[in-house]
Design a protein around this ligand. Structure first.
Ligand SMILES: NC(=O)c1ccc[n+]([C@@H]2O[C@H](COP(=O)([O-])OP(=O)(O)OC[C@H]3O[C@@H](n4cnc5c(N)ncnc54)[C@H](OP(=O)(O)O)[C@@H]3O)[C@@H](O)[C@H]2O)c1
Length: 284
């Protein structure tokens, strides 16, 4: 547990996140949960935690409050399904009414469903798109005008390397992350000169609850050796929140993989296709 000393308070006030109002979606687990903890450690004092599971948000709020050990902390839980537009509007309106604006929005809520397109129900593909892509759009829309009016703010969208590589068995998920990347790139151009920034963080596989989704049963990734520790990704998200870069790929050397894929797709696509098809063939 950390207490905050007088010197610590001064350091926090001077830190880039000191006094900032931060909203993070998907805060109840994995990357979002750890990001909230590190935001606190880096000086954020108003942290708004968004996810559907209220009990997990409450537990995290208690962890953050105990970790901080001082009274100047405002942790707010919002139980909200980001795939439901009206709920996001209600949440966003409530946040703006209470705090006036948001400085940093981290669109992190998301999930994946494993399975061949021909075997999946259309509703599974719709749900992934509604959460991962539209959820990000709803959250962005609800805070964007306030950011532009204040000429200040940063949006960090947690995409994936699946925004650059089509993965067999993950078509709906890849589509949602490709869509997120495309939307973010267009918005980045629109925001030029407004004082508002957007950065996409695109990690490869990360050790979280992501693969506990029932659809992954018997199809858990066999590339466990390459899976990132969650802290590697949260470090990138924190760097993103204060970066002028548009996309941060984690680990950084995978940028070479993306370049190779775009430059020599006829070489790379057959290789990735073979690798990922092996996953599909695993016995049920
Ligand atoms: N793990 C990986 O390998 C990996 C790799 C690249 C990118 N990512 C991306 O990283 C992000 C975080 O995933 P994670 O790995 O940390 O997985 P995780 O541990 O399963 O966490 C997912 C989070 O998203 C929330 N969420 C899911 N659906 C939601 C909805 N409809 N409304 C609100 N919140 C919702 C979950 O909370 P509730 O269930 O409580 O709502 C949970 O807090 C996702 O966008 C994922 O696509 C993950």
């Amino acid at each position: 547990m950390k207490g905050t000393t007088k010197n610590g308070d001064n350091a926090i006030r001077k830190s880039k996140l000191g006094g900032k109002i931060v909203v993070i979606t998907g805060a109840s687990s994995g990357i979002g949960r750890q990001t909230a903890i590190e935001l606190l450690d880096k000086g954020a004092r108003t942290i708004i935690l968004v996810a559907r599971t209220e009990s997990k948000l409450l537990e995290l709020k208690q962890v953050l409050e105990a970790r901080n050990g001082s009274l100047d902390l405002d942790i707010v839980n919002y139980s909200c399904d980001v795939s439901i537009k009206d709920d996001v509007i209600k949440m966003g309106t409530g946040i703006v009414e209470k705090f006036g604006h948001v400085d940093l929005l981290i669109n992190n809520a998301g999930f994946g469903e494993f399975g061949k397109v021909q075997d999946q129900r259309i509703e599974q593909i719709e749900n992934v798109m509604r959460t991962n892509y539209l959820g990000m759009v709803y959250c962005t829309k609800v805070f964007l005008s306030h950011m532009v009016d204040r000429h200040s703010g940063h949006i960090v969208n947690v995409a994936s390397l699946a925004a650059s590589f089509g993965v067999a068995g993950m078509a709906g998920y890849c589509a949602s992350k490709y869509a997120m990347l495309g939307f973010s790139e267009s918005l980045n151009h629109e925001l030029h000169g407004t004082g508002v920034k957007i950065t996409v963080v695109s990690p490869i596989g990360v050790k979280t609850n992501f693969f506990r989704n029932q659809s992954f049963d018997n199809h858990k990734p066999n590339y466990t050796g390459f899976m990132l520790d969650v802290r590697t990704v949260t470090k990138a998200i924190l760097a993103a929140s204060n970066s002028r870069r548009f996309e941060i790929i984690v680990p950084f050397y995978m940028r070479a993989g993306v370049w190779l894929k775009h430059t020599f797709p006829f070489v790379i696509n057959p290789i990735t296709g073979t690798l990922f098809r092996r996953q599909l063939r695993k016995p049920d």
